[in-house]
Design a protein. Structure first.
Length: 282
């Protein structure tokens, strides 16, 4: 993760890069959500196959506008705030290298803020992506992300646009504290071992950092998706967790791990490739 110089670029670049990446990787994100919210077990390929059979090839991109809204808010906030916090630390310490705790702290703070800002987009993305596996009578049938926000506000109230915000923020704190900081720390260690700084190192670092982040966030991600995809009165999180573990086994907390990992790796790589290109122009 570039440090210092990131603060000299417009804060929206991270969100724009993430939006560009998610256009390509949305089918994997959709599959992850459907894996987490549907009852029973089905493989990643099985879910994708079912989507194409019932909704066509383009059905894999159903809910894309929700993903774009999420990245326009959450993505821009986490990259922009993390870069600004790192820049402030750099100015404060002068030439001294950043500490591991400092990177984790900055990632967690950026994640908390981004979790709040991006909560409505996260809710819309989850509902739109998971709609295809619901019975027809239970579907939301949103036309696009803006229509979804309007419907949620009209039918459920303003507070409902932040449904699941606690789980969203918890996941965001864990994700960014681990992903962003681990990227920096792993890169520093690999460079110290003599690896050359270049695209292969960046790919390896992104993969390792992403794997750690996905594993740390998996249980929270599963419960968050179920909270946000539900209708009507909210079920207490503790009750949802105990019911899921009792009826579906402890492994339910890591359901969707493979789609999440497969999404994280290309999304992270694409996001940073697009980000570097945007930074050359802005």
């Amino acid at each position: 993760m570039p440090k210092g110089s990131d603060a000299n670029h417009p804060p929206w670049l991270g969100g724009a890069a993430a939006m560009m990446a998610v256009v390509i990787t949305h089918p994997i994100d959709q599959t992850k959500v459907r894996s987490q919210t549907q009852r029973g077990r089905n493989s990643m390929l099985g879910i994708m196959r079912s989507t194409m059979v019932h909704e066509g090839l383009l059905g894999l991109w159903n809910g894309l506008s929700g993903s774009l809204l999420r990245q326009a808010t959450y993505g821009a906030a986490r990259f922009g705030i993390y870069a600004e916090l790192n820049e402030r630390d750099r100015r404060r310490r002068g030439s001294a290298p950043g500490t591991r705790w400092g990177l984790v702290k900055n990632g967690a703070i950026a994640g908390l803020a981004a979790g709040v800002v991006g909560a409505p987009g996260e809710l819309v993305m989850v509902r739109m992506s998971g709609d295809g596996v619901k019975p027809l009578s239970q579907r939301f049938n949103y036309h696009n992300a803006l229509h979804a926000l309007y419907r949620i506000y009209r039918d459920e109230g303003l507070a409902s646009t932040f449904r699941g915000v606690r789980m969203t923020c918890l996941r965001s704190v864990l994700m960014n504290a681990s992903q962003l900081s681990c990227y920096d720390m792993i890169k520093q260690q690999l460079l110290a071992l003599g690896l050359r700084d270049g695209p292969p190192l960046h790919l390896l670092t992104a993969t390792l950092g992403g794997t750690i982040a996905v594993t740390v966030c998996a249980p929270v991600d599963v419960i968050k998706s179920r909270v946000q995809s539900a209708r009507g009165e909210s079920t207490p999180v503790w009750k949802m967790v105990t019911t899921a573990v009792r009826t579906e086994g402890p492994s339910v907390l890591f359901r969707g791990w493979l789609p999440a990992w497969l999404r994280m790796t290309p999304t992270t790589c694409l996001t940073f490739v697009f980000l570097e290109q945007l930074k050359r122009r802005f």
